[in-house]
Design a protein around this ligand. Structure first.
Ligand code: MSP
Length: 517
């Protein structure tokens, strides 16, 4: 049975160029989307840009240009980078597009018709970097500075429309408590629950002093608060409230909103409350990953440890795109904070070469030299070594599926390497190169080559979502074409006896000198 799968990234502020943080979320989402496509799910992967709000206005003003021009300029850089990184998103939503604006106005109008919006006045603190209202108590606790950027909070006092968040907060809390998988990882879920239990205020959802935004349908002197505008993207991109809403009907509720931990509250409190107001089902999961530091410190331009687009391009030019993907995914358990470290990057590249590259190389050499490149049937009774490899092959699909189901991306990266390690250990302990010299051991050698081939094949199939280029190159060398079959089918079937292999070529060439990543 085929099912649907919808995954999104946050939509990024195009007030600057993308960097490691944006790249990480997008690559993670891309890996998950690739896996689901391979698994046979009809998959929709959304990313885009969040172009309104005061931060965009201020950055544009400082550069002496219009917000729209700033957005256009940086959106082009985001789109180019995603192309260079081979990101397989199915759509790119810009909040300045007409399709988005119209749908946001429909959303606000529906909330208004539902009596969820009323006119009042906002008096309080705002974090312009985060585009976030901050309560008096929080502001005081943070010494009137942003918890994220450290910059001073701004004081606002203006008429505004409020959304009745207080009406929905108890329902949101009950939902979170009853649906343990809605917020992941678990620690993030606990954070939201305890903050919700402290109580909330109604949410200011319009700005009368800002011009750069989507006008409120019933009072165009106000623009919609940028987070209400932005969160809506997850359904406006699907055509919610548009003449053709077939994508919305097919893909909503979404499966995963992948986000960074600093925007959890918006996604797990404001967004569910809005959806409840609209009478729509909630996304199945919001997964908050950790934050990157670099060489143990917060990334900063002045410290010189900022992993910006130029740095990313340099790493890709030296090590290849797949080496970057692998490094980012395996750097820490998914959900934990991560630290970019040049020495670790080189180590993780060498791991690819020594584990995956090595077993592919050994397999193709042995099968080429000893069996004319043709896969033999096992030719002897199985011993413990053989069984260990066959068991590893058998357990691999289930373990991989389970890791992807839990979004344990580090495990998703390591499982195929573990399988390859089993092969390398198998070769070391059974010594096929010695057996090849003894004609009486031909059957035994067949068994070993057969086991190695089945495991190497599965390891590369399994790592395709993470190493799309390198694994495809490896499979081409193995002379297999898996198109038209699901991942489950491919992994269960293995290679047929008599399969003819191609020629091996180094997948992860040595990089000399081992430059810093
Ligand atoms: N526009 C909002 C999101 C709206 S979603 C409806 C926004 N944009 S952002 O440009 O600031 O991007 C934030 C996202 O970028 C984070 O949630 C995270 O996915 C990623 N990262 C930015 N810096 C990061 C790190 N240093 N480390 C990891 N990811 C971080 O917030």
């Amino acid at each position: 049975m085929s099912s649907t799968f919808y995954i999104s990234t946050p939509i990024y502020y195009p007030n600057g160029e993308p960097h490691l943080g944006h790249t990480y979320t997008t690559l993670c989402a891309d890996t998950i989307a690739r896996y689901h496509r391979m698994a046979g799910d009809e998959t929709f992967f959304l990313t885009g840009t969040d172009e309104h709000g005061v931060k965009m206005v201020k950055t544009a003003a400082a550069a002496g240009i219009e917000p729209r021009a700033l957005a256009d300029k940086n959106v082009a850089v985001f789109e180019l980078l995603w192309k260079e990184l081979g990101i397989t998103h199915d759509d790119f939503i810009r909040t300045s597009s007409d399709r988005h604006k119209l749908a946001v106005q429909n959303i606000v109008a529906r909330l208004q018709a539902n009596d969820d919006i009323y006119l009042g006045a906002y008096e309080g603190w705002y974090d312009e970097g985060q585009e976030e209202f901050v309560t008096e108590t929080e502001a005081k606790a943070r010494e009137f500075k942003s918890a994220i950027t450290g910059r001073p909070l701004t004081r606002y006092s203006e008429p505004t429309y409020f959304f009745r968040l207080t009406k929905y907060a108890p329902k949101v809390l009950a939902y979170i408590e009853q649906n343990p998988s809605f917020i992941q990882p678990e620690s993030r879920r606990n954070e939201v629950i305890s903050k919700l239990k402290q109580g909330v205020d109604d949410l200011s959802i319009s700005r009368a002093t800002l011009k750069w935004g989507i006008p409120l349908p019933h009072d165009p002197a106000h623009v919609v608060y940028v987070w209400i505008d932005a969160l809506s993207n997850y359904i406006t991109a699907l055509g919610y409230s548009a003449a053709d809403d077939s994508r919305f009907r097919k893909f909503w509720p979404g499966d995963v909103h992948l986000i960074g931990k600093e925007i959890l509250w918006f996604h797990t409190v404001y967004w569910p409350a809005m959806l409840m107001g609209l009478g729509l089902p909630l996304p199945k999961q919001v997964f908050a990953h950790g934050w990157w530091t670099a060489e143990g410190k917060k990334m900063s331009k002045t410290l010189g440890n900022f992993i910006d687009i130029e740095r990313l391009r340099k790493v890709i030019a030296t090590y290849g795109l797949d080496a970057l993907r692998f490094y980012l995914l395996r750097a820490a358990p998914f959900g934990s904070d991560l630290d970019w470290n040049d020495a670790d990057f080189v180590k993780s590249y060498n791991e690819l070469a020594n584990v995956l590259g090595n077993c592919q190389n050994r397999l193709l050499k042995m099968i080429g030299n000893y069996r004319g490149g043709v896969l033999p049937a096992p030719g002897s009774a199985l011993d413990d070594h053989d069984r260990q490899v066959l068991d590893a092959c058998e357990q691999f699909p289930g373990k991989l599926a389970d890791a992807y189901r839990r979004l344990a991306l580090q495990e998703c990266a390591m499982l195929p390497l573990e399988l390859a390690r089993v092969v390398n250990g198998y070769i070391d302990s059974t010594k096929p190169f010695s057996l090849a010299k003894d004609p009486a051991a031909a059957g035994r050698l067949d068994t070993i080559l057969h086991g190695c081939a089945q495991a190497v094949y599965r390891a590369f199939v399994g790592i395709l979502p993470i190493l799309p280029e390198k694994a495809a190159a490896a499979l081409a060398q193995l002379n297999v074409d898996i198109r038209g079959r699901t991942l489950g089918e491919v992994l269960a079937a293995g290679l047929p006896i008599g399969h003819k292999f191609g020629e091996g070529q180094a997948l992860f060439p040595r990089i000399n000198p081992p430059a810093k990543a």
